[in-house]
Design a protein around this ligand. Sequence first.
Ligand code: EPU
Length: 418
Amino acid sequence: MDKFKITGGTPLSGELPVNGSKNSALPALAACLLTDEHVILRRVPQVKDLETMQSLLIHTGARVSHEDGRICVHAASLDNPEAPYDVVKTMRASSLVLGPLVARTGRARVSMPGGCAIGARPINMHVSALEQLGATIEQAHGYVEAQAPDGLRGGTVHFDRITVTGTEDVLMAAVLARGETVIRNAAREPEVKDLADLLVKMGAQIKGAGSSIIRVQGVERLHGAEHTIIPDRIEAGTFLLAAAITKGDVTITGCNPEHVAALTVKMQQAGAEVEEMGSDALRVRCSHRPKAVDVTTEEYPGFATDLQAQYMAWMTLARGISFVTETIFENRFMHTQELARMGANIRIEGRQAIVAGENELTGAQVIASDLRASASLVLAAMIAKGESTIDRVYHMDRGYEGIEQKLAAVGAQIERTQ
Ligand code: EPU
């Protein structure tokens, strides 16, 4: 299993380019199943989760090809509308094919995800939303089996709580349903808006994506399209914090500053200088320890749960005590025990982490437990005194493309070992 060896202490300096968004590219690939014509996607990052999604599309019967950095999907016919357990267990976002498959073929069989490192993460809201559109759903032998032999019909979906992939799943189903669908309490994440933009290019009729009420007028068929995926706001946020924690001076390029505004406001309150450089770049400078500033994770446009672990790494070095409250997932504090091995002082009380800032962290051997936890350990290791080894970096490879090359290019002392 690959590890990272990191020697801390070098301030990062230079430019860090941001890739396309993993969490936008995942539903965009699933959306390609909605048409028998070619869909071309640009700026899809080369990360493990997206390789898994492409294998899943191929498993259902689609063809996937790569050309000049673009991905072309051609789902002429779908003989096998299924997401098997072996795939779903490695990537929960596989449930994103449920809506498109049942909308296009009238049936879908998708393995139910089990528990995962950050919480239970069921898909009950995806299932009940599809039932509102007329799908008959049975759950047996660990699979969700959806049937709609006469096609889906529009309906009203009201999510009990906000779900990002749940909103995306039902949106993809609704575009081919007969009549109007209204999705209430929809996720407002930029990735939902990006998916809607792609679907509209494919001929869908959607209003309100990016707000909490989305209206969809179903159409008979969709056609091919070309689309460029939005920048990855979580990669951008991770880089902003990497610059600040190492007391560096870095310009993050190819990002959307608005998408990371909840983070940059907190970073400024904590004493970092964050400056917009035109419409798609942010320069971060920070030459001192941060001030302790509390955060509470929320749905977009609030502070992203996917940046909580990385922000906490920075707060372990703050002057004062900060409270980091996680409201989205019930078990997303696995990184705290590993940060403690590097000298961090963190106490967990229910959904709150109480972080007492220390003068310094020290290098240690630590283990990554999930994608964003591994990013927080990399950040901590880049400022810790001496050498750290981070085990199980395959978690990091699920969502960050070439992370060690990117960080090394701005001065980090990081190498991948076996
Ligand atoms: N939930 C349910 N039932 C459902 C669906 C969700 O109870 O049917 C609960 C979840 O367990 C969670 C909450 O609702 O407590 C919100 O979960 P959501 O459905 O919004 O999460 P998701 O769609 O599975 C996406 C991202 C995650 C990100 C969350 C929250 C993708 C592929 N994944 O997950 O990204 O943390 O939204 O913003 O878009 C990551 O990239 O590291 C990652 C975990």
